[in-house]
Design a protein around this ligand. Sequence first.
Ligand code: PLP
Length: 456
Amino acid sequence: MEVTTTSWPALPALPDPATTPVVVGGLAAELAYALDGPFHFLLPDAFTANLAAMREVLTVAGVDGFIYYAKKANKAAVFVERAATGGAGIDVASTAELREALGHGVRGEHLMVTGPAKNPDLLRLAVTHGATIAVDALDELDRVISLALTGRVRPARVLLRVLPGAQPHSRFGMSESELATALERCLQARDAIRMEGFSFHLSGYALQPRADLAARLADQCLKARVMGLEAGRISIGGGLPISYTDADSWHTFLETQHPAHFHARKTFQPRDFYPYHSPVAGPEALAALLATCPEGSEAALAEVIRDAGIQLLLEPGRALLDQAGATVFRIQGVKDRDGYQILTVDGTSLSLSEQWFHSEYLPDPQLIPVDQDAATGVFPASVGAATCLESDMLTWRKIAFPHPPRVGDLLLYPNTAGYQMDSNESPFHDLPLPPKVVIDRIDQVRPRWRLDRHFT
Ligand SMILES: *Cc1c(COP(=O)(O)O)cnc(C)c1O
């Protein structure tokens, strides 16, 4: 098939009023000059707004809930600070994350410690600080019990992580029979530990399996209470989807994508793409989840949770970071290929982690030309990194840029705060890690900036 220039599918990022002044007001160009390399900028007001919107959903649904921000989604300190001031907790999975959370003002009781077979220091700190531990296995439960017995500080607070029936090959969580044993051990060690309930984290973004499992665990809590355990909380993990682009663009892309649209005719499995548009996203997805009737129930999940007297715990990562940051590179080379160009930017795809999961970060990067009067038209180009790896591409897809890309122009990857910007970063080739610039909207006239306070 002859692919004409009119057929490039576009995936424009959803409009973001907070990003526009950074680009249009010239701050992005100023920062690129000052920092002399790629950088991330963070928009913490978006985090605070997402947190408030999720809380509002819980209030409206009449559900007693508590939100833990899943810290692994971004290393920046500013989001931890915003969680602390916003009354949210933090979901951590390493001693360094726990230290960061405490150091930036989160109370120990507001920490949730997740992850498989946790490091002994992490467990000890968790018990010392009164954090909730999502216990992943029986041997881990035994370690927590003996820590609590020998530490004699305070009882350890635990949730039992469940191996989801819908995802039987998950390496996380305990099977039904292991859970039965765990409950017995919790009962025996009643003075040393508080069994506060159950937890799960499902991969994928479907709501029904989450509602089904949450309702089943509400029932398990009632049974555990009959045994004499506390069992008053359920953590449903993360996985609230967000939308990066509009429905039309997303569906058109899925229907029309073709190897000719990608550099080197690269192909991807459509199932490996993140769902860049969801009919309900973020806080609305939470509302939809609470309104979902679990299998075999006439009542919505919100009612099931309320009737069982359960506190619902959430561990969103990506959904709290929606529109909370972007990444800016500078173009340092432009090469012609047959019918398109290859741009080389001054950073690597390690700062755009989706590229490392057999997938592609699909929201269109935005070209910020140095020349205000740049010509307009359709200028397709793919984007490569400043490294010696053939596969180090930030965008395999040929993006139909509206101006001819030039050396010195900036390229902004939108909405990268959730997982994209730093989960895979390393100083490959001794390139410095892109700094994180926090845009505080202190005065309304112009955005103010500072560097993030992450301890390294
Ligand atoms: C990664 C993770 C989360 C966060 O998931 P999101 O999809 O970012 O919301 C929450 N809980 C656990 C246990 C996780 O591993």
